[in-house]
Design a protein around this ligand. Structure first.
Ligand SMILES: [Zn+2]
Length: 232
């Protein structure tokens, strides 16, 4: 039976090959989403391995965060730009979850995350989520959460207003746009907790900052940040 299944799998793979999301070559058995070569060539920051993680300067003078973890460098035209695009617009929710898990496993080798109570994804506006069919940050969180063995909450932080795509706006305008878009409901659930908030990419940090400020309005809340990618 096992042999037959294996044969069927090979026949299926011949007609419907799984391809590497980066180089588009057919994947070998046991490879998932990326061929081994592309997986090893991902532009990893390795910041979580350093004693002095430079990412901490991202929110300095704006809001206090405990720690910041970002897996990959996002640069215009690099493979991460394409990965982020696939995660957001091409239904790549399983890819998000895979990468979250892949990074989470590396993270726990170098960082003590015992102090974290919950992960929280940056919420999308409901209309946007409905259009896209899913929230990419939530799928990233599923991967992180499974790998670091911490639960996630997606009901505490909500997004109130619809904001336009903010990519072409300056930092000041972005902040004006996002500063009041988040709201914490059921604050008692996160009182005195250490939260790991998750987004797909850290660029200006305005969206994350707005969310962190809201979370920290709840008594005793500490926040760390985890993102799949960071601009740099
Ligand atoms: Zn590849």
């Amino acid at each position: 039976m096992k042999k037959i299944l294996h044969l069927l799998e090979n026949i299926l793979a011949f007609f419907y090959p799984h391809i590497c999301v980066s180089c588009l070559r057919a994947l070998k058995q046991k490879e998932q989403f990326f061929c081994l070569k592309c997986l090893h060539q991902l532009p990893e920051t390795h910041y979580h391995e350093l004693e002095h993680n430079p990412l901490i300067y991202n929110f300095m003078g704006r809001v206090n965060v405990e720690n910041i973890y970002s897996f990959l460098f996002y640069r215009k035209g690099n493979s991460v730009q394409s990965i982020l695009h696939q995660i957001k617009y091409k239904g790549g929710k399983e890819l998000a979850s895979f990468l979250g898990s892949y990074y989470g496993k590396q993270l726990i080798d170098h960082q003590n995350l015992e102090d974290i109570d919950f992960l929280i994804p940056i919420p999308l506006h409901k209309k946007k989520e409905k259009k896209r069919g899913y929230n990419q940050s939530e799928w990233l969180v599923k991967g992180f959460s499974e790998a670091i063995n911490k639960p996630y909450l997606n009901t505490v932080l909500i997004r109130k207003e619809f904001t336009e795509t903010q990519t072409k706006k300056g930092r000041f305008n972005r902040w004006e746009n996002v500063k009041d878009v988040f709201e914490v409901i059921q604050p008692e659930q996160i009182k005195n907790k250490h939260i790991l908030i998750c987004d797909d990419v850290l660029t200006t940090g305005a969206t994350l900052e707005a969310a962190i400020v809201k979370l920290k309005e709840v008594e005793g809340v500490r926040v760390s940040v985890i993102t799949l990618a960071v601009a740099g």
